[in-house]
Design a binder for this molecule. Structure first.
Ligand code: F3S
Length: 66
């Protein structure tokens, strides 16, 4: 699974960070730091939670084929 963050939509709500600080780190201004990254094994549910919590719908998930 891959997380894609559209940083042009991020307005710094930090809900993703509240879901998981390691998965969704913020930059010095409080915006999502990483724009695209692989979800570590076992963290899929947390990634989904973080994506669902973003009010700007800036976070999307890409399921990869096995
Ligand atoms: Fe930005 Fe959404 Fe997270 S607005 S800081 S990606 S909750």
């Amino acid at each position: 699974m891959k997380v894609v963050v559209d940083r042009t939509k991020c307005t710094g709500h930090a809900r993703c960070f509240e879901a998981d600080e390691e998965l969704f780190p913020l930059d010095d201004l409080g915006y999502a730091l990483r724009s695209e990254f692989d979800v570590p094994p076992g963290a899929e549910a947390t990634a989904r939670e973080g994506a669902a919590m973003c009010p700007e719908r800036a976070i999307t998930l890409r399921e990869e084929s096995p």
